[in-house]
Design a binder for this molecule. Structure first.
Ligand SMILES: [Zn+2]
Length: 345
């Protein structure tokens, strides 16, 4: 089958690759429809590694995907041929200790699409466990369904925060993950999200999505804005999505007493953590790694209209132009959020 293959650093090709996938009794075969380009795909293309994961052999890219069920295994009951679906890209070992405890995203044996050495899904079809394949509501498009994967990170962060109705949240970073975290926070009960970044077009887009106050950190002081909007109390929740060392060091300064910080962004290096600043506020600090148990919730929120990701899908490319799409994503203009590749149908 023809796939988008990362051969090595900075070398992509659109070529035939043999992929003998056997349909197990609890699997479905899916015809891919839409695949979003993720920062991690771009990072592997440009650098060949993310932390301990190193590209050592040719690998098909892509992990944010939706499609149509072509075939079902003999024991599959929840899906049928023709269903429109999106897929959770990480497959854990169901009998591992983290999986048995419900933390399947933390299973070290998880096989995650387009994380070396596992092939991704920029190809015509894939076989996937039915347990990690979810039916998409009729009023949600394939492109939106492919956005469930990045949205799931924001959903998981919102779950970790244990939001309460009316909470005020700060999101630092208005990239794709920052924006979906803001949407998840609002859907989860936040009355307002204050989002900070240094790129004005990203802030403008975020501000158009709901009760979201943009703060350009180059021009405004985030702490003052938060103080003004909360009568000096501080934000109930801070979602650190930038991975930026300075932003991460400042999380406690905008937090209210007893508030929670969720660290979502992945800094390139270990960062300073002000223990005393956290202690003075008895801050709770949570971390997220990918997500677990949130795909059905994300789809339900999209289906009911509580979350609209359409404005985030800014650029579309046909599969034949996927190398062009990746080169575009490497130099993404600040007005773009998500580039989507559409597979031939
Ligand atoms: Zn992703």
């Amino acid at each position: 089958m023809k796939a988008l293959v990362l051969e090595r650093v900075e070398r992509l090709s659109l070529r035939d690759i043999s992929m003998d996938e056997v349909l197990g009794p609890r699997d479905v075969r899916i015809k891919l429809h839409s695949v979003g380009i993720c920062g991690s795909d771009v990072h592997y293309y440009q650098h060949g590694r993310i932390g301990p994961f190193v590209v050592e052999a040719s690998m098909v890219l892509g992990h944010e995907a939706s499609g149509t069920v072509l075939e079902t295994g003999s024991q599959v009951r929840n899906l049928k041929v023709g269903d429109r679906v999106c897929m959770e890209p990480g497959i854990p070992d169901p009998s591992s200790r983290p999986s048995r405890l419900g933390m399947y995203n933390l299973d070290p044996a998880v096989r995650f699409w387009a994380t070396p050495p596992i092939h991704g899904i920029l190809r015509p079809t894939v076989v996937h466990p039915a347990d990690f394949t979810f039916k998409v509501p009729d009023n949600v498009s394939f492109a939106e369904a492919a956005m469930v994967e990045p949205l799931a990170v924001g959903m998981h962060a919102a779950m970790k925060a244990r939001l309460k109705p009316g909470d005020v949240a700060v999101v630092s970073g208005a990239g794709p993950i920052g924006v979906v975290t803001a949407l998840a926070a609002l859907a989860g009960g936040c009355s307002r999200v204050i989002i900070s970044d240094v790129q004005q077009p990203k802030l403008d887009l975020a501000a158009s999505l709901g009760p979201i106050t943009p703060v350009n950190a180059k021009e405004q002081n985030l702490q003052n804005v938060v103080a003004d909007l909360t009568e000096g109390w501080g934000a109930d929740v801070v979602f650190e999505c930038s991975g930026n060392e300075r932003a991460a060091a400042g999380v406690f300064s905008v937090l209210c007493p007893g508030g929670v910080v969720v660290l979502v962004g992945m800094p390139a290096q270990p960062i300073a953590y002000d223990v005393v600043a956290a202690q003075i506020k008895e801050a709770r600090v949570e971390h997220v790694f990918r997500y677990a148990h949130v795909f059905p919730r994300a789809l339900a929120l999209m289906g009911s209209g509580k979350i609209n990701v359409k404005p985030l899908i800014t650029d579309r490319f046909p599969f034949e132009k996927s190398i062009e799409a990746f080169n575009f994503a490497c130099k993404m203009p600040p007005t773009s959020v998500k580039a989507m590749i559409e597979m031939p149908q």
